[in-house]
Design a protein around this ligand. Structure first.
Ligand SMILES: [Fe+2]
Ligand SMILES: [Fe+2]
Length: 270
């Protein structure tokens, strides 16, 4: 299977670069399935129904979220009706939405998408490792599922790496999100799971993690908030990770970072 995960889409710059590049990327790479992290798509904070639909229209099969899942109030009532929209699985019981979803690709393959949130330097939540363990009990890779994605949305690289090894050999791909900076550690772990600590963001890299520089700089240097965080509006760069799996085992054969756009050095799997 040919799979693409696009990192956190931040504001208009992120949305624009996805809309501009994703349809072409889908064709060029012959992608079977595309997951986009949309937790910052609405002005940096959360996502709306309208934005979800605009991402689906350009070839997104599934949207994952993160700590910003519920920043836009309307999502509380919308998320339950959208089976393709996933928030972290380790939120408290009763939280609207779902932490995992199974999909059938157009080519008839079955894919399980799971998202959990890390707990190191993040709001306390249920144990993400236990949440993943429970979800993996619903079916095995190479049997029920042709592809399993685990997105670990977190701050600490150690926690994400630990999740990679925790899942090694049992899922196709463990990807980190949330830091908005792509890491240079794309690899296939010893038992066959593709892994990258963070996919990076889709947004303007002339910024502080996607936000206009002025207010973050003011807060870091003077410690006094003087305004709201707003997304930087310069040309965006699309950061994603491409993974190709073996059709029989569902384990990874190829992992390559994808970077397309104006500021970071470009990278494409072909
Ligand atoms: Fe984010
Ligand atoms: Fe986040």
């Amino acid at each position: 299977m040919k799979f693409l995960y696009c990192g956190d889409v931040v504001g208009r710059s992120g949305r624009d670069i996805i809309i501009e590049k994703l349809p072409e990327l889908r064709k060029q790479l012959g992608l079977d399935f595309v997951v986009v992290n949309g937790e910052n798509a609405a002005s940096g904070f959360g996502i709306t129904e309208k934005i979800c639909k605009s991402l689906y229209e350009v070839g997104t099969d599934c949207i994952v979220l993160g700590n910003h899942s519920f920043d836009q109030k309307e999502i509380l009532t919308y998320i339950g009706s959208d089976l393709k929209l996933i928030r972290p699985a380790n939120y408290p019981d009763g939280t609207p939405g779902r932490g995992a979803s199974a999909f059938k690709t157009r080519s008839g393959k079955t894919i399980l998408v799971v998202q959990v949130m890390g707990r190191v330097f993040m709001d306390p939540l249920d144990d993400p490792f236990l949440a993943v363990e429970k979800l993996l009990k619903t079916g095995k890779l190479g049997e029920k599922y042709d592809f399993i994605l685990v997105d670990i949305h977190g701050e600490a690289t150690s926690e994400k790496m630990a999740m990679g090894h925790f899942c090694d050999g049992r899922v196709s791909f463990v990807v980190g999100s949330h830091s908005h900076v792509p890491t240079a550690d794309a690899q296939i772990l010893p038992k066959g799971t593709a892994y990258q600590t963070d996919a990076g963001m889709c947004g303007d890299y002339n910024s502080v993690i996607g936000m206009d520089k002025e207010e973050p700089l003011r807060r870091f240097t003077r410690k006094i908030p003087a305004g709201r965080f707003t997304p930087a509006l310069g040309p965006g760069t699309l950061c994603a990770v491409y993974v190709e799996t073996d059709d029989r085992s569902g384990l990874a054969k190829v992992i390559k970072p994808v970077r397309l756009g104006s500021r970071l050095e470009e990278s494409l799997p072909i």
